[in-house]
Write a protein that binds this ligand. Structure first.
Ligand SMILES: C[C@H](O)[C@H](O)[C@H]1CNC2=NC(N)=NC(=O)C2=N1
Length: 115
């Protein structure tokens, strides 16, 4: 399995290409726990993370915030007691770009670092 989280993100501009069906199938193999959901006609990568308590969930949320800011690519993060729900997609193109799979892989790595 390739190490998706090590690959660099491309800037997501309105002209950036959406991931093709073939690309999505291939990239999702590296982030198999992420579900592709259609929200109002736009595909998003979606995953729920369970943590020990609110403080741990907040710590994880901040780690995701740091990696989002570093890439200028931002997810929706829902923080609850012991639970963080993350959705990655590319607003500019209204769907999934390769970046979103890369950021999903980095989110998984940040979670693993906390275990
Ligand atoms: C100007 C700035 O780079 C853009 O608006 C960025 C900010 N963060 C973003 N985050 C995500 N997920 N998708 C975008 O299209 C996006 N665009």
């Amino acid at each position: 399995m390739s190490d998706l989280k090590e690959r660099s993100c491309e800037a997501c501009s309105p002209n950036a290409p959406k991931a093709t069906e073939e690309e999505k199938q291939r990239l999702q193999k590296d982030v198999p726990d992420w579900e592709i959901m259609d929200i109002d006609g736009e595909e998003q990568l979606h995953k729920v993370f369970k943590l020990k308590n609110f403080v741990k969930a907040l710590e994880f949320t901040n780690k995701i915030g740091d990696l989002a800011e570093a890439e200028d690519h931002h997810p929706v993060i829902v923080l609850e007691y012991g639970k963080v729900t993350v959705s990655w997609w590319s607003h500019e193109i209204g769907g999934l770009h390769k970046n979103d799979f890369i950021l999903a892989a980095r989110t998984d790595a940040a979670f693993k670092d906390m275990q």
